[in-house]
Design a protein around this ligand. Sequence first.
Ligand SMILES: N[C@@H](CCC[C@H](N)C(=O)O)C(=O)O
Length: 275
Amino acid sequence: MGGIEFLKGHGTQNDFVLLPDASGRLDLTAERVAALCDRRRGLGADGVLRVVRAKAVGEASEGEWFMDYRNADGSIAEMCGNGVRVFARYLIEAGLADDGRFTIGTRAGDRPVVVHPDRSVTVDMGPATITGTSVTAVAGSPFSGVAVDVGNPHLVSVLDDDVADLDLRDQPDFDHDVFPTGVNLEFVNLLGEGALRMRVHERGVGETRSCGTGTVAAVAAALHLAGTDTGESTVDIPGGRVVVTVERGAATLTGPAEIVARGELDEAWWAAAGA
Ligand SMILES: N[C@@H](CCC[C@H](N)C(=O)O)C(=O)O
């Protein structure tokens, strides 16, 4: 095999290695994903976005391209809101999308996107569904939360104390009976009407500087706690700001998406990383 092309990109500092693989030939093992995402022995990233034709991997999508998303630990997840924006930015820059409106297939279903002239991207995120309540504990301190399904699982806890003071270096506890496949944990401060601050501990990654599906979950949970299911909010995360709209059965996410670099993986490194 010749050199393997890669790109590096981020959306509000949630960063990804992109692997263009139109015909689905790459042997993308969990070991290779973890090696790529390692910030010392690899390129470093929160996740990998394999850019593959939907037909090549047998995915039913109205769009031509499928986002094969993997977490930094090599696990597979259904959706990544920041990843979809970066994926869309790549398709435009690579000349693989005709105009600024197209659909990207994901494991959580099709996600229509609009790429704006100011380089931000809006994603139709599908429904954000409140599924119940549960608890988490950070360094022994318990917090109750609202469980939200955005294609992937989330638990959103609204705190009175500043989320900046949380120690999210270790995996917070959660109820494995409620979340048998793990959960993304969001911690939120309400800043006033239509404005949230959030930190997140992502399933399969650890603390990240942003999580797009998490921001949608956070806004849906905050609206639910306020007794409504419709509204718009900014969400400030450590990596920047996004805007989320939620209404019954539909949500959108708007934020920046950047491609930072492109290059070729060393073949010997790739071979060894898969061993
Ligand atoms: N960072 C992503 C979410 C990635 C998947 C998540 N870690 C999971 O396992 O569900 C986002 O921007 O939504």
